[in-house]
Design a protein around this ligand. Structure first.
Ligand code: ADE
Length: 311
């Protein structure tokens, strides 16, 4: 009974407040797959413009499969975690027979884990799989008042009449109401059912997983210009992208022109940008003029550094 009441309360709330997100207007498994991959590690607001541009450029798996990798990476520039883009293309190249239509074969796609397979198979195909990501985990842990057995609880709570809608309703609650700190319990449709709320333990659940300590690093980037062109090196962090070079033997760096911060997972970089002159440049560096710069996949770091110099 309780589960039926929980389902009814959450779905009624979801139908009233759900955000009108572009991937909620389609049942196309390809489009839903793209959205779910982008939404891994990236917030909804940041994903929306990328999702729309990506689908305009690559409207189906065949278009993505035959695109040059450079173009796919360029469309991804700024979203980060570029292995996601490479895996998308790798997976698209296995889709001659159409998009896989069951959980196991979706789970077999490059870059797709249990959570993403459950999200795609439920949203695109209505299959009964409960998707458990960080948001959902928090909702279930608080609702049940326990960190244990999250997946089995999520499985048994799943609304089998519309699993895709159910999964997105739980995600929506986690993203907008059941917040990590200071959850908005007064606005929660499940407040009356919530174990954590009953015991005042919202801030204790779910127990935090130990995060690696952030590491602070300082790096130098060189801006070497010659006849209106700038020297770039293939990125060591993101294959297929170009970066500003770091100091090398024949480079004579000048004073710091600008500095900025950039975080990659738990590494917090401070980049110092210096103008430099160089008698010769290493073989892997190339010269690019201003026009070409706007056409090549330029790393976010190089973009930030060059941006610092222009303004
Ligand atoms: N996060 C992951 N998948 C999502 C979806 N389909 N809608 C909103 N947020 C999400």
């Amino acid at each position: 009974m309780r589960q039926t009441d929980i389902r009814r309360a959450l779905i009624r709330w979801y139908e009233r407040v759900r955000r009108d997100l572009p991937w909620r207007r389609t049942r196309d498994p390809y489009a839903i797959w793209i959205s779910e991959i982008m939404l891994q590690q990236t917030r909804v607001a940041a994903v929306i413009p990328y999702y729309e541009n990506f689908l305009a450029a690559f409207p189906d798996a065949a278009a993505l499969a035959c695109a040059p990798e450079e173009q796919v990476l360029a469309m991804w520039a700024g979203l980060g975690y570029y292995s996601r883009a490479r895996n998308l293309q790798k997976a698209a190249r296995t889709m001659d027979g159409g998009f896989p239509a069951n959980y196991e074969s979706i789970r077999d796609l490059a870059g797709v884990g249990e959570y993403t397979a459950a999200a795609i198979s439920s949203i695109a195909f209505g299959l009964p799989h409960a998707a458990v990501d960080g948001n959902v985990r928090r909702v279930i842990a608080r609702l049940t008042g326990s960190d244990a057995g999250i997946q089995p609880h999520a499985d048994s709570l799943l609304d089998r009449s519309d699993p895709g809608r159910w999964n997105q309703a739980v995600m929506e609650l986690g993203a907008t109401v059941c917040l990590p700190r200071d959850p908005l319990c007064d606005h929660c449709p499940l407040a009356g059912f919530c174990g954590a709320r009953r015991e005042g333990r919202q801030s204790e659940l779910p127990a935090k997983r130990a995060k690696p300590e952030p590491v602070h690093l300082t790096r130098t980037l060189l801006v070497i210009r010659r006849r209106g062109r700038v020297a770039l090196t293939p990125s060591a962090l993101v294959r297929g992208f170009w970066d500003l070079p770091e100091p090398f033997d024949t480079a004579a760096p000048g004073p710091v022109l600008a500095s900025f911060r950039h975080t990659i997972t738990h590494r917090r970089y401070t980049f110092e940008v210096r103008r430099a002159v160089a008698k010769s440049i290493p073989k892997n560096l190339r010269w690019f003029d201003g026009e070409t710069l706007s056409e090549i996949p330029l790393s976010t770091i190089a973009r930030k550094a060059l941006g610092c110099l222009v303004v």
